[in-house]
Write a protein that binds this ligand. Structure first.
Ligand SMILES: [Zn+2]
Length: 644
Protein backbone atom coordinates (compact mmCIF):
# COMPACT_ATOMS: atom_id res chain seq x y z
CA UNK A 1 0.00 0.00 0.00
CA UNK A 2 1.27 3.40 -0.84
CA UNK A 3 1.82 5.94 1.81
CA UNK A 4 -0.29 9.00 1.86
CA UNK A 5 2.22 11.58 0.81
CA UNK A 6 0.14 14.60 1.32
CA UNK A 7 1.93 17.89 1.47
CA UNK A 8 -0.33 19.78 3.71
CA UNK A 9 1.56 22.61 5.30
CA UNK A 10 -0.98 25.35 5.04
CA UNK A 11 -0.60 28.94 6.05
CA UNK A 12 -3.25 31.54 6.23
CA UNK A 13 -2.30 33.62 3.27
CA UNK A 14 -4.04 33.74 -0.01
CA UNK A 15 -2.52 33.07 -3.34
CA UNK A 16 -2.33 35.91 -5.75
CA UNK A 17 0.11 35.75 -8.58
CA UNK A 18 1.23 39.24 -9.24
CA UNK A 19 4.97 39.26 -9.29
CA UNK A 20 6.35 36.75 -11.61
CA UNK A 21 9.97 36.41 -12.36
CA UNK A 22 10.27 34.81 -15.69
CA UNK A 23 12.99 32.68 -17.07
CA UNK A 24 14.48 35.01 -19.57
CA UNK A 25 18.17 34.75 -20.12
CA UNK A 26 20.43 32.15 -21.50
CA UNK A 27 23.47 33.26 -19.58
CA UNK A 28 25.28 30.33 -18.08
CA UNK A 29 26.37 30.52 -14.50
CA UNK A 30 29.67 28.85 -13.87
CA UNK A 31 28.83 26.28 -11.25
CA UNK A 32 32.43 26.25 -10.16
CA UNK A 33 32.03 29.86 -9.08
CA UNK A 34 29.58 29.05 -6.31
CA UNK A 35 31.05 29.45 -2.89
CA UNK A 36 29.72 26.34 -1.17
CA UNK A 37 31.28 27.38 2.12
CA UNK A 38 29.28 30.58 2.13
CA UNK A 39 26.11 28.70 1.16
CA UNK A 40 26.63 26.28 4.02
CA UNK A 41 27.31 28.97 6.55
CA UNK A 42 24.30 30.99 5.43
CA UNK A 43 22.12 27.89 5.48
CA UNK A 44 22.97 27.29 9.13
CA UNK A 45 22.62 30.97 10.04
CA UNK A 46 19.00 30.92 8.86
CA UNK A 47 17.97 28.96 11.95
CA UNK A 48 18.68 32.00 14.13
CA UNK A 49 15.78 33.77 12.41
CA UNK A 50 13.36 31.10 13.66
CA UNK A 51 14.80 30.76 17.14
CA UNK A 52 12.18 30.87 19.88
CA UNK A 53 12.35 31.37 23.64
CA UNK A 54 13.83 33.48 26.37
CA UNK A 55 17.31 33.42 24.88
CA UNK A 56 16.27 33.80 21.23
CA UNK A 57 17.97 37.19 21.07
CA UNK A 58 21.24 36.03 22.57
CA UNK A 59 24.07 35.40 20.19
CA UNK A 60 21.61 35.71 17.33
CA UNK A 61 23.00 36.56 13.90
CA UNK A 62 19.95 38.72 13.25
CA UNK A 63 19.77 41.94 15.23
CA UNK A 64 16.03 42.13 14.56
CA UNK A 65 15.30 38.97 16.55
CA UNK A 66 14.80 38.86 20.32
CA UNK A 67 13.12 36.83 23.05
CA UNK A 68 9.64 35.60 22.19
CA UNK A 69 6.93 33.28 23.48
CA UNK A 70 8.64 33.21 26.86
CA UNK A 71 5.54 31.82 28.58
CA UNK A 72 5.15 28.78 26.34
CA UNK A 73 3.98 25.88 28.51
CA UNK A 74 2.82 28.02 31.40
CA UNK A 75 -0.77 26.89 30.75
CA UNK A 76 0.24 23.29 31.47
CA UNK A 77 2.63 24.08 34.32
CA UNK A 78 5.92 23.61 32.46
CA UNK A 79 8.54 25.82 30.90
CA UNK A 80 8.26 24.86 27.23
CA UNK A 81 9.95 27.98 25.89
CA UNK A 82 12.68 27.52 23.34
CA UNK A 83 12.84 25.52 20.14
CA UNK A 84 12.19 26.89 16.67
CA UNK A 85 9.32 28.51 14.82
CA UNK A 86 8.21 26.37 11.96
CA UNK A 87 8.31 28.38 8.73
CA UNK A 88 7.23 31.93 8.13
CA UNK A 89 4.87 31.48 11.06
CA UNK A 90 5.54 30.92 14.75
CA UNK A 91 3.96 27.60 15.66
CA UNK A 92 6.31 25.00 17.08
CA UNK A 93 5.47 21.65 15.46
CA UNK A 94 7.04 18.49 16.79
CA UNK A 95 7.16 16.78 13.44
CA UNK A 96 9.23 19.39 11.62
CA UNK A 97 11.43 20.20 14.61
CA UNK A 98 12.32 16.54 15.10
CA UNK A 99 12.95 16.13 11.40
CA UNK A 100 15.09 19.27 11.08
CA UNK A 101 17.10 18.56 14.22
CA UNK A 102 17.82 14.94 13.32
CA UNK A 103 18.75 15.71 9.71
CA UNK A 104 20.99 18.57 10.80
CA UNK A 105 22.53 16.26 13.40
CA UNK A 106 23.09 13.63 10.72
CA UNK A 107 24.72 16.27 8.50
CA UNK A 108 27.12 17.23 11.24
CA UNK A 109 27.81 13.61 12.12
CA UNK A 110 28.64 12.81 8.49
CA UNK A 111 30.46 15.97 7.43
CA UNK A 112 31.87 17.65 10.52
CA UNK A 113 34.94 18.89 8.67
CA UNK A 114 32.79 20.64 6.09
CA UNK A 115 31.22 22.77 8.79
CA UNK A 116 34.65 23.57 10.18
CA UNK A 117 35.99 24.52 6.75
CA UNK A 118 33.03 26.81 6.21
CA UNK A 119 33.34 28.41 9.63
CA UNK A 120 29.87 27.12 10.46
CA UNK A 121 30.63 24.54 13.14
CA UNK A 122 30.09 26.75 16.20
CA UNK A 123 26.71 28.01 14.99
CA UNK A 124 25.74 24.49 13.95
CA UNK A 125 26.44 23.07 17.40
CA UNK A 126 24.60 25.95 19.04
CA UNK A 127 21.63 25.25 16.80
CA UNK A 128 21.63 21.54 17.54
CA UNK A 129 21.84 22.29 21.27
CA UNK A 130 18.95 24.75 21.10
CA UNK A 131 16.82 22.04 19.49
CA UNK A 132 17.89 19.41 22.01
CA UNK A 133 17.41 21.67 25.04
CA UNK A 134 13.87 22.18 23.86
CA UNK A 135 13.09 18.51 23.27
CA UNK A 136 14.27 17.72 26.79
CA UNK A 137 12.06 20.47 28.25
CA UNK A 138 9.13 19.00 26.35
CA UNK A 139 9.81 15.60 27.87
CA UNK A 140 9.44 16.51 31.57
CA UNK A 141 8.85 12.90 32.61
CA UNK A 142 8.94 9.47 31.03
CA UNK A 143 5.22 9.51 30.28
CA UNK A 144 4.96 12.83 28.48
CA UNK A 145 6.18 14.61 25.36
CA UNK A 146 4.70 17.96 24.32
CA UNK A 147 4.86 18.35 20.57
CA UNK A 148 2.80 21.30 19.45
CA UNK A 149 2.89 24.79 20.89
CA UNK A 150 0.59 27.37 19.37
CA UNK A 151 -2.61 27.06 17.38
CA UNK A 152 -1.90 27.13 13.64
CA UNK A 153 -5.15 28.85 12.74
CA UNK A 154 -4.71 31.63 15.28
CA UNK A 155 -1.06 31.97 14.43
CA UNK A 156 -1.66 32.31 10.73
CA UNK A 157 -4.16 35.09 11.33
CA UNK A 158 -1.34 37.10 12.88
CA UNK A 159 1.21 38.89 10.73
CA UNK A 160 3.76 40.57 12.94
CA UNK A 161 6.88 40.08 14.97
CA UNK A 162 7.09 36.95 17.12
CA UNK A 163 8.37 39.14 19.94
CA UNK A 164 5.04 40.98 20.00
CA UNK A 165 2.71 38.03 19.64
CA UNK A 166 1.99 37.31 23.30
CA UNK A 167 1.13 34.06 25.01
CA UNK A 168 -0.39 31.03 23.34
CA UNK A 169 -1.73 27.57 23.99
CA UNK A 170 0.06 24.30 24.46
CA UNK A 171 -1.80 22.13 22.00
CA UNK A 172 -0.71 18.50 21.83
CA UNK A 173 1.25 15.93 23.78
CA UNK A 174 2.07 12.25 23.81
CA UNK A 175 1.04 10.54 27.02
CA UNK A 176 -0.54 7.34 28.28
CA UNK A 177 -3.68 7.95 26.29
CA UNK A 178 -2.33 9.72 23.19
CA UNK A 179 0.15 8.16 20.80
CA UNK A 180 2.90 9.94 18.89
CA UNK A 181 5.49 7.35 17.86
CA UNK A 182 6.51 9.52 14.90
CA UNK A 183 7.34 12.67 16.87
CA UNK A 184 8.97 10.68 19.69
CA UNK A 185 11.12 8.83 17.15
CA UNK A 186 12.32 11.97 15.41
CA UNK A 187 13.22 13.75 18.65
CA UNK A 188 14.91 10.62 20.02
CA UNK A 189 17.03 10.42 16.86
CA UNK A 190 18.07 14.05 17.26
CA UNK A 191 19.03 13.53 20.89
CA UNK A 192 20.98 10.33 20.21
CA UNK A 193 22.82 12.17 17.45
CA UNK A 194 23.67 14.96 19.87
CA UNK A 195 25.30 12.40 22.14
CA UNK A 196 27.46 11.42 19.17
CA UNK A 197 28.14 14.98 18.03
CA UNK A 198 28.89 16.95 21.17
CA UNK A 199 32.23 17.26 22.91
CA UNK A 200 30.42 17.99 26.19
CA UNK A 201 30.15 14.50 27.65
CA UNK A 202 27.83 15.46 30.50
CA UNK A 203 25.43 17.15 28.12
CA UNK A 204 25.69 14.25 25.69
CA UNK A 205 24.85 11.77 28.43
CA UNK A 206 21.77 13.80 29.35
CA UNK A 207 20.69 13.83 25.71
CA UNK A 208 21.16 10.07 25.42
CA UNK A 209 19.11 9.39 28.53
CA UNK A 210 16.30 11.48 27.11
CA UNK A 211 16.63 9.81 23.70
CA UNK A 212 16.18 6.37 25.24
CA UNK A 213 13.24 7.55 27.28
CA UNK A 214 11.52 9.24 24.32
CA UNK A 215 12.05 6.16 22.17
CA UNK A 216 10.53 3.98 24.89
CA UNK A 217 7.58 6.36 25.12
CA UNK A 218 7.10 6.21 21.35
CA UNK A 219 7.14 2.41 21.45
CA UNK A 220 4.93 2.08 24.49
CA UNK A 221 1.84 3.17 22.62
CA UNK A 222 2.31 2.74 18.90
CA UNK A 223 0.49 5.22 16.73
CA UNK A 224 0.66 8.52 14.89
CA UNK A 225 0.72 11.94 16.48
CA UNK A 226 -2.48 13.92 16.23
CA UNK A 227 -1.33 17.52 15.82
CA UNK A 228 -3.28 19.99 13.76
CA UNK A 229 -3.83 19.06 10.16
CA UNK A 230 -1.04 21.23 8.81
CA UNK A 231 1.14 18.18 9.12
CA UNK A 232 -0.29 14.71 9.35
CA UNK A 233 2.09 11.82 9.47
CA UNK A 234 1.44 8.72 7.41
CA UNK A 235 3.72 6.26 9.20
CA UNK A 236 5.73 5.92 12.37
CA UNK A 237 7.80 2.84 11.59
CA UNK A 238 10.29 4.91 9.60
CA UNK A 239 10.67 7.38 12.47
CA UNK A 240 11.19 4.67 15.07
CA UNK A 241 13.69 2.94 12.78
CA UNK A 242 15.49 6.26 12.37
CA UNK A 243 15.69 6.62 16.15
CA UNK A 244 16.73 2.99 16.61
CA UNK A 245 19.71 3.20 14.25
CA UNK A 246 21.08 6.21 16.11
CA UNK A 247 20.42 4.66 19.50
CA UNK A 248 22.30 1.61 18.27
CA UNK A 249 25.16 3.81 17.10
CA UNK A 250 25.21 5.52 20.49
CA UNK A 251 24.86 2.47 22.72
CA UNK A 252 25.81 -0.62 20.71
CA UNK A 253 22.79 -2.38 22.21
CA UNK A 254 21.55 -5.13 19.89
CA UNK A 255 17.91 -4.59 20.74
CA UNK A 256 17.92 -1.27 18.91
CA UNK A 257 19.39 -2.87 15.81
CA UNK A 258 16.76 -5.58 15.89
CA UNK A 259 14.04 -2.96 16.27
CA UNK A 260 15.31 -1.07 13.25
CA UNK A 261 15.32 -4.27 11.18
CA UNK A 262 11.77 -5.01 12.20
CA UNK A 263 10.46 -1.53 11.47
CA UNK A 264 12.04 -1.36 8.02
CA UNK A 265 10.75 -4.75 6.97
CA UNK A 266 7.35 -4.70 5.37
CA UNK A 267 6.93 -8.47 5.51
CA UNK A 268 7.82 -8.68 1.83
CA UNK A 269 11.29 -7.26 2.23
CA UNK A 270 12.80 -3.90 2.99
CA UNK A 271 10.54 -0.95 2.30
CA UNK A 272 11.31 0.58 -1.10
CA UNK A 273 10.42 4.20 -1.08
CA UNK A 274 9.19 6.40 -3.90
CA UNK A 275 9.22 9.79 -2.28
CA UNK A 276 12.09 11.43 -0.45
CA UNK A 277 13.44 12.26 2.96
CA UNK A 278 11.06 14.75 4.54
CA UNK A 279 9.16 15.45 7.74
CA UNK A 280 6.85 12.57 6.89
CA UNK A 281 9.35 10.11 5.54
CA UNK A 282 12.61 8.76 6.93
CA UNK A 283 12.64 5.35 5.25
CA UNK A 284 15.61 5.91 3.00
CA UNK A 285 17.83 7.66 5.57
CA UNK A 286 17.21 4.81 8.02
CA UNK A 287 18.11 2.31 5.28
CA UNK A 288 21.31 4.20 4.49
CA UNK A 289 22.35 3.91 8.11
CA UNK A 290 21.36 0.25 8.28
CA UNK A 291 23.58 -0.50 5.32
CA UNK A 292 26.36 1.50 6.93
CA UNK A 293 25.99 -0.60 10.09
CA UNK A 294 25.23 -4.07 8.70
CA UNK A 295 26.55 -4.01 5.11
CA UNK A 296 23.47 -6.06 4.24
CA UNK A 297 22.87 -5.47 0.53
CA UNK A 298 19.09 -5.53 0.99
CA UNK A 299 19.34 -2.05 2.52
CA UNK A 300 21.50 -0.48 -0.16
CA UNK A 301 19.28 -2.04 -2.83
CA UNK A 302 16.31 -0.30 -1.27
CA UNK A 303 18.22 2.98 -1.27
CA UNK A 304 19.19 2.42 -4.89
CA UNK A 305 15.54 1.95 -5.77
CA UNK A 306 14.85 5.40 -4.36
CA UNK A 307 17.85 6.95 -6.12
CA UNK A 308 16.83 5.39 -9.44
CA UNK A 309 13.27 6.53 -8.96
CA UNK A 310 14.44 10.13 -8.69
CA UNK A 311 16.82 9.96 -11.59
CA UNK A 312 14.47 8.12 -13.95
CA UNK A 313 10.92 8.82 -12.90
CA UNK A 314 10.69 12.20 -11.17
CA UNK A 315 9.94 14.85 -13.81
CA UNK A 316 12.66 17.34 -14.74
CA UNK A 317 11.99 20.96 -15.64
CA UNK A 318 13.57 22.39 -18.74
CA UNK A 319 15.99 24.19 -16.42
CA UNK A 320 17.10 20.90 -14.87
CA UNK A 321 15.22 20.89 -11.58
CA UNK A 322 13.84 17.60 -10.36
CA UNK A 323 10.26 18.45 -9.56
CA UNK A 324 8.63 16.07 -7.10
CA UNK A 325 5.65 18.19 -6.18
CA UNK A 326 4.58 21.78 -6.20
CA UNK A 327 4.59 22.89 -2.59
CA UNK A 328 8.12 23.80 -1.61
CA UNK A 329 9.58 21.77 -4.45
CA UNK A 330 13.17 22.82 -3.73
CA UNK A 331 13.08 21.36 -0.25
CA UNK A 332 12.53 17.94 -1.80
CA UNK A 333 15.23 18.21 -4.42
CA UNK A 334 17.59 19.52 -1.73
CA UNK A 335 16.70 16.69 0.67
CA UNK A 336 17.10 14.11 -2.08
CA UNK A 337 20.47 15.65 -2.86
CA UNK A 338 21.55 14.92 0.68
CA UNK A 339 20.28 11.35 0.35
CA UNK A 340 22.16 11.03 -2.94
CA UNK A 341 25.44 12.33 -1.57
CA UNK A 342 25.17 9.98 1.42
CA UNK A 343 24.52 7.14 -1.03
CA UNK A 344 27.51 8.25 -3.07
CA UNK A 345 29.61 8.11 0.09
CA UNK A 346 28.74 4.43 0.49
CA UNK A 347 28.84 3.34 -3.15
CA UNK A 348 30.89 5.90 -5.11
CA UNK A 349 28.11 5.91 -7.66
CA UNK A 350 28.99 9.00 -9.70
CA UNK A 351 25.48 9.42 -11.04
CA UNK A 352 24.23 10.10 -7.51
CA UNK A 353 26.87 12.73 -6.91
CA UNK A 354 26.15 14.31 -10.26
CA UNK A 355 22.45 14.43 -9.35
CA UNK A 356 23.17 16.20 -6.05
CA UNK A 357 25.57 18.67 -7.63
CA UNK A 358 23.12 19.62 -10.34
CA UNK A 359 20.21 20.14 -7.96
CA UNK A 360 22.19 22.19 -5.46
CA UNK A 361 23.68 24.30 -8.24
CA UNK A 362 20.18 24.93 -9.58
CA UNK A 363 19.23 26.25 -6.15
CA UNK A 364 22.32 28.45 -5.96
CA UNK A 365 21.73 30.04 -9.35
CA UNK A 366 22.50 27.60 -12.13
CA UNK A 367 19.00 27.90 -13.57
CA UNK A 368 17.43 29.70 -16.54
CA UNK A 369 17.05 32.94 -14.58
CA UNK A 370 20.42 32.80 -12.84
CA UNK A 371 18.40 33.29 -9.71
CA UNK A 372 19.51 32.20 -6.27
CA UNK A 373 16.78 30.58 -4.19
CA UNK A 374 18.82 31.20 -1.04
CA UNK A 375 18.02 34.60 0.43
CA UNK A 376 21.09 36.83 0.60
CA UNK A 377 23.20 34.50 -1.54
CA UNK A 378 24.34 35.77 -4.92
CA UNK A 379 23.15 38.88 -6.73
CA UNK A 380 19.54 37.96 -7.43
CA UNK A 381 17.55 36.33 -4.67
CA UNK A 382 14.06 36.49 -3.11
CA UNK A 383 13.12 39.84 -1.56
CA UNK A 384 9.63 38.81 -0.47
CA UNK A 385 10.04 35.58 1.50
CA UNK A 386 6.91 34.52 3.36
CA UNK A 387 8.31 35.15 6.84
CA UNK A 388 6.67 37.38 9.41
CA UNK A 389 9.76 38.35 11.40
CA UNK A 390 11.88 39.18 8.35
CA UNK A 391 9.04 41.02 6.64
CA UNK A 392 8.85 43.39 9.61
CA UNK A 393 5.40 44.82 8.86
CA UNK A 394 1.80 43.91 9.71
CA UNK A 395 -1.36 43.16 7.77
CA UNK A 396 -2.84 46.53 8.72
CA UNK A 397 -1.06 48.51 6.04
CA UNK A 398 -0.72 45.57 3.68
CA UNK A 399 2.82 45.51 4.90
CA UNK A 400 2.99 41.79 4.30
CA UNK A 401 3.11 42.62 0.59
CA UNK A 402 6.11 44.90 0.94
CA UNK A 403 9.68 43.97 0.33
CA UNK A 404 11.04 42.44 3.52
CA UNK A 405 12.61 44.91 5.88
CA UNK A 406 15.25 42.42 6.87
CA UNK A 407 17.36 40.05 4.85
CA UNK A 408 16.49 36.50 5.86
CA UNK A 409 20.00 35.31 5.22
CA UNK A 410 20.39 31.69 4.24
CA UNK A 411 16.72 30.80 3.87
CA UNK A 412 15.81 28.37 1.09
CA UNK A 413 12.46 29.38 -0.39
CA UNK A 414 9.94 26.88 -1.73
CA UNK A 415 10.85 27.56 -5.35
CA UNK A 416 9.08 27.46 -8.70
CA UNK A 417 5.40 26.78 -8.21
CA UNK A 418 5.02 25.24 -11.64
CA UNK A 419 7.13 22.97 -13.82
CA UNK A 420 8.11 26.03 -15.86
CA UNK A 421 11.06 27.18 -13.72
CA UNK A 422 9.30 30.48 -13.04
CA UNK A 423 9.38 31.84 -9.52
CA UNK A 424 6.94 34.27 -7.98
CA UNK A 425 8.75 36.56 -5.56
CA UNK A 426 5.58 37.25 -3.68
CA UNK A 427 5.07 36.64 0.04
CA UNK A 428 1.42 35.80 -0.55
CA UNK A 429 2.32 32.84 -2.72
CA UNK A 430 3.51 30.78 0.20
CA UNK A 431 3.74 27.53 -1.72
CA UNK A 432 6.63 29.21 -3.57
CA UNK A 433 7.97 31.83 -1.18
CA UNK A 434 7.75 30.31 2.26
CA UNK A 435 10.82 29.06 4.06
CA UNK A 436 11.09 26.42 6.77
CA UNK A 437 13.26 24.69 9.31
CA UNK A 438 12.63 21.49 7.37
CA UNK A 439 13.48 23.16 4.04
CA UNK A 440 16.98 24.17 5.11
CA UNK A 441 17.87 20.89 6.81
CA UNK A 442 18.33 18.80 3.68
CA UNK A 443 19.97 21.71 1.89
CA UNK A 444 22.56 22.11 4.65
CA UNK A 445 23.30 18.37 4.59
CA UNK A 446 23.66 18.27 0.82
CA UNK A 447 26.02 21.25 0.65
CA UNK A 448 28.11 19.85 3.52
CA UNK A 449 28.29 16.54 1.66
CA UNK A 450 29.45 18.18 -1.55
CA UNK A 451 32.12 20.10 0.34
CA UNK A 452 33.27 16.88 2.00
CA UNK A 453 33.76 15.37 -1.41
CA UNK A 454 36.18 18.12 -2.25
CA UNK A 455 33.75 20.02 -4.38
CA UNK A 456 34.38 23.51 -5.42
CA UNK A 457 35.02 26.69 -3.54
CA UNK A 458 35.03 26.71 0.24
CA UNK A 459 35.79 30.12 1.62
CA UNK A 460 34.55 30.97 5.07
CA UNK A 461 32.22 33.87 4.52
CA UNK A 462 33.20 37.08 6.25
CA UNK A 463 30.22 39.05 5.13
CA UNK A 464 28.29 40.77 7.90
CA UNK A 465 24.75 39.67 8.39
CA UNK A 466 22.67 42.29 6.66
CA UNK A 467 19.93 43.51 8.92
CA UNK A 468 18.10 45.90 6.69
CA UNK A 469 17.66 45.60 3.00
CA UNK A 470 19.27 48.36 0.97
CA UNK A 471 15.97 49.47 -0.47
CA UNK A 472 13.35 49.40 2.24
CA UNK A 473 11.02 51.63 0.29
CA UNK A 474 7.99 49.93 -1.08
CA UNK A 475 8.14 49.49 -4.77
CA UNK A 476 6.97 47.00 -7.26
CA UNK A 477 9.55 44.42 -7.96
CA UNK A 478 11.52 45.40 -11.02
CA UNK A 479 11.73 41.79 -11.92
CA UNK A 480 8.04 41.53 -12.63
CA UNK A 481 7.97 40.20 -16.10
CA UNK A 482 4.95 40.81 -18.23
CA UNK A 483 6.43 38.45 -20.71
CA UNK A 484 5.68 35.38 -18.71
CA UNK A 485 5.87 32.68 -21.22
CA UNK A 486 4.73 29.13 -20.97
CA UNK A 487 7.61 26.79 -20.95
CA UNK A 488 7.78 23.11 -21.65
CA UNK A 489 6.66 21.49 -18.51
CA UNK A 490 8.38 18.18 -18.74
CA UNK A 491 11.55 17.31 -20.53
CA UNK A 492 10.62 15.06 -23.41
CA UNK A 493 12.86 12.28 -22.24
CA UNK A 494 11.31 12.14 -18.82
CA UNK A 495 8.42 9.85 -18.16
CA UNK A 496 6.00 11.45 -15.73
CA UNK A 497 5.31 9.15 -12.86
CA UNK A 498 1.67 8.54 -12.21
CA UNK A 499 2.21 8.39 -8.50
CA UNK A 500 3.87 11.75 -8.21
CA UNK A 501 2.12 14.89 -9.01
CA UNK A 502 3.08 15.79 -12.51
CA UNK A 503 -0.32 17.15 -13.26
CA UNK A 504 0.02 20.53 -11.63
CA UNK A 505 -2.02 22.67 -13.88
CA UNK A 506 -4.04 25.80 -13.67
CA UNK A 507 -7.66 25.37 -14.44
CA UNK A 508 -10.23 27.58 -15.99
CA UNK A 509 -12.69 29.67 -14.24
CA UNK A 510 -13.85 33.12 -15.19
CA UNK A 511 -17.23 33.60 -16.77
CA UNK A 512 -19.52 36.54 -16.29
CA UNK A 513 -22.56 35.79 -14.17
CA UNK A 514 -24.50 38.98 -14.34
CA UNK A 515 -22.82 41.51 -12.13
CA UNK A 516 -20.78 38.93 -10.29
CA UNK A 517 -17.67 37.32 -11.71
CA UNK A 518 -16.26 34.64 -9.44
CA UNK A 519 -12.73 33.53 -10.18
CA UNK A 520 -11.75 29.98 -9.27
CA UNK A 521 -8.35 28.49 -9.93
CA UNK A 522 -7.14 25.10 -8.89
CA UNK A 523 -3.95 23.12 -8.79
CA UNK A 524 -4.42 19.39 -8.67
CA UNK A 525 -1.77 16.91 -7.69
CA UNK A 526 -2.33 13.21 -7.67
CA UNK A 527 -0.64 10.65 -5.50
CA UNK A 528 -2.45 8.08 -3.41
CA UNK A 529 -4.91 10.88 -2.81
CA UNK A 530 -6.20 13.66 -5.04
CA UNK A 531 -4.87 16.86 -3.55
CA UNK A 532 -6.24 20.22 -4.59
CA UNK A 533 -5.43 23.79 -3.82
CA UNK A 534 -8.12 26.29 -4.81
CA UNK A 535 -7.88 30.04 -5.02
CA UNK A 536 -11.22 31.77 -5.00
CA UNK A 537 -11.76 35.48 -5.52
CA UNK A 538 -14.03 37.93 -7.27
CA UNK A 539 -13.08 39.82 -10.38
CA UNK A 540 -16.32 41.74 -10.45
CA UNK A 541 -19.11 42.23 -7.96
CA UNK A 542 -19.40 40.59 -4.57
CA UNK A 543 -19.34 36.83 -4.43
CA UNK A 544 -21.65 35.40 -1.79
CA UNK A 545 -19.98 32.15 -0.89
CA UNK A 546 -23.29 30.51 0.01
CA UNK A 547 -24.20 30.77 -3.69
CA UNK A 548 -20.97 29.30 -4.97
CA UNK A 549 -20.55 25.66 -5.93
CA UNK A 550 -17.39 24.13 -7.35
CA UNK A 551 -17.80 20.83 -9.14
CA UNK A 552 -14.65 18.84 -9.73
CA UNK A 553 -15.04 16.04 -12.28
CA UNK A 554 -12.77 13.05 -12.27
CA UNK A 555 -12.88 9.44 -13.31
CA UNK A 556 -11.56 6.27 -11.79
CA UNK A 557 -12.18 2.59 -11.95
CA UNK A 558 -13.72 0.76 -9.03
CA UNK A 559 -16.36 2.06 -6.69
CA UNK A 560 -14.76 2.35 -3.32
CA UNK A 561 -16.20 4.92 -0.96
CA UNK A 562 -14.64 8.36 -1.25
CA UNK A 563 -13.69 10.67 1.54
CA UNK A 564 -13.20 14.43 1.33
CA UNK A 565 -11.10 16.38 3.76
CA UNK A 566 -10.63 20.12 3.86
CA UNK A 567 -7.23 20.63 5.42
CA UNK A 568 -7.46 24.35 5.62
CA UNK A 569 -9.45 27.19 4.17
CA UNK A 570 -8.76 30.81 4.94
CA UNK A 571 -10.02 34.06 3.54
CA UNK A 572 -7.34 36.70 3.26
CA UNK A 573 -8.71 40.22 2.97
CA UNK A 574 -7.07 43.55 2.29
CA UNK A 575 -9.17 45.19 4.99
CA UNK A 576 -10.22 44.26 8.51
CA UNK A 577 -10.69 41.56 9.70
CA UNK A 578 -7.89 40.58 7.26
CA UNK A 579 -8.25 36.89 7.92
CA UNK A 580 -11.28 34.65 8.33
CA UNK A 581 -10.91 30.95 9.06
CA UNK A 582 -13.21 29.21 6.60
CA UNK A 583 -12.28 25.61 7.29
CA UNK A 584 -15.46 24.74 9.21
CA UNK A 585 -17.62 26.09 6.40
CA UNK A 586 -16.38 23.92 3.56
CA UNK A 587 -18.77 21.11 2.62
CA UNK A 588 -18.52 18.42 0.00
CA UNK A 589 -20.83 15.88 -1.58
CA UNK A 590 -19.81 13.15 -4.00
CA UNK A 591 -21.80 12.41 -7.11
CA UNK A 592 -21.19 10.01 -9.96
CA UNK A 593 -17.76 11.06 -11.21
CA UNK A 594 -17.54 14.34 -9.39
CA UNK A 595 -17.44 16.07 -6.06
CA UNK A 596 -19.32 19.29 -5.27
CA UNK A 597 -17.69 21.75 -2.90
CA UNK A 598 -19.96 24.29 -1.24
CA UNK A 599 -19.84 26.73 1.66
CA UNK A 600 -22.33 27.06 4.51
CA UNK A 601 -21.62 30.68 5.22
CA UNK A 602 -22.83 34.05 4.03
CA UNK A 603 -19.30 35.36 4.00
CA UNK A 604 -18.64 37.43 0.88
CA UNK A 605 -15.63 38.33 -1.21
CA UNK A 606 -15.76 41.70 -2.90
CA UNK A 607 -13.88 42.37 -6.12
CA UNK A 608 -10.16 42.82 -5.60
CA UNK A 609 -10.68 42.66 -1.84
CA UNK A 610 -8.80 39.46 -1.27
CA UNK A 611 -9.16 35.79 -1.88
CA UNK A 612 -9.68 32.45 -0.25
CA UNK A 613 -7.23 29.62 -0.34
CA UNK A 614 -8.70 26.18 0.12
CA UNK A 615 -6.59 23.08 0.48
CA UNK A 616 -8.41 19.76 0.27
CA UNK A 617 -7.98 16.17 -0.75
CA UNK A 618 -10.05 13.20 -1.81
CA UNK A 619 -9.04 9.67 -1.03
CA UNK A 620 -10.46 6.17 -0.93
CA UNK A 621 -11.76 5.36 2.49
CA UNK A 622 -9.46 2.37 2.87
CA UNK A 623 -6.45 4.48 1.83
CA UNK A 624 -5.75 2.27 -1.15
CA UNK A 625 -4.32 3.89 -4.27
CA UNK A 626 -6.62 5.09 -7.00
CA UNK A 627 -6.75 3.02 -10.13
CA UNK A 628 -7.57 4.47 -13.50
CA UNK A 629 -7.74 8.00 -12.17
CA UNK A 630 -8.21 10.71 -14.78
CA UNK A 631 -8.21 14.36 -13.88
CA UNK A 632 -11.20 16.25 -15.23
CA UNK A 633 -12.65 19.68 -15.50
CA UNK A 634 -13.73 22.08 -12.80
CA UNK A 635 -17.15 23.64 -13.19
CA UNK A 636 -18.10 26.76 -11.27
CA UNK A 637 -21.73 27.38 -10.44
CA UNK A 638 -23.06 30.62 -9.03
CA UNK A 639 -26.63 30.80 -7.79
CA UNK A 640 -27.32 27.53 -9.56
CA UNK A 641 -26.01 28.66 -12.94
CA UNK A 642 -22.93 27.27 -14.59
CA UNK A 643 -20.57 30.22 -14.95
CA UNK A 644 -17.20 28.69 -15.60
ZN1 LIG B 1 8.87 32.32 19.52
Amino acid sequence: MKINKRISKVCAMALSASMIMSAMTGITVDAASFNYGEALKDGVTFYDANKCGKDAGENNAFSWRDACHVNDGKDVGFDLSGGYHDCGDHVKFGITQGYAASVLGWSYYSYKDSFKKAGADTKMLETLKHFCDYFMKCHPNMFTFYYQLGDGNQDHAYWGAPEAQGDRQTMFKVDNSSAGSDVCGEAAAALALMYLNTDDSAYGAKCLTNAKSLYALGKSKLGLSQGQSFYTSSSYEDDLAWAAVWLYKATGEASYLQDAKNYLNTGKGIHQDEWTMCWDNMWTPAEIMMYDITKDSAYINAVKHNIDYWIKDVPTTSGGLKYLTQWGCLRYSAAQSMVAIEYYGLTKDESAKSFATKQINYILGDNPSNYSFIVGFGDKYPKHPHHRAANGYTYADSGNLKEAKHVLLGALVGGPSTMGDNYQDNAQDYTASEVGIDYNAGFVGAVAGLIADGAISVQPSEKPTPSVSPSPSVKPSPSVAPSEKPSPSIAPSEKPSPSVAPSVKPSQGTVVAGDVVPDVKVNTTFGSSINQSYTISSKKGTVDLSKLKIRYNYTKSGNKAQTFTCDNAGLQLNVAPYYVNMTPHVKAAFGDGYVDITFDTTQTIAANAGSMNLGCRMYQSDWSSYEGFADGSVEVYYNGTLVG
